[in-house]
Design a protein around this ligand. Structure first.
Ligand SMILES: [Zn+2]
Length: 61
């Protein structure tokens, strides 16, 4: 079918390899929590579970 050809063409266009360039960093201890597949280098700030490191970091200071 002709539709099949169109699908193939669009698949070629969307043939972009996504790499794990997005990193989720804890905003309190700067620890890399996880990496996520994005199209560019992206830093996303999160925090460790329940913000526990927020308190411990405060104690260390
Ligand atoms: Zn943390």
């Amino acid at each position: 079918m002709i539709i099949s050809g169109e699908l193939s063409a669009s698949n070629e266009t969307g043939n972009v390899q996504k790499l794990d360039l997005g990193v989720v960093i804890c905003k309190w201890c700067n620890q890399v929590l996880t990496t996520i597949p994005t199209n560019g280098v992206t830093k996303i700030y999160g925090e460790c579970k329940d913000g526990a490191c927020k308190e411990s970091n405060h104690k260390n200071h």
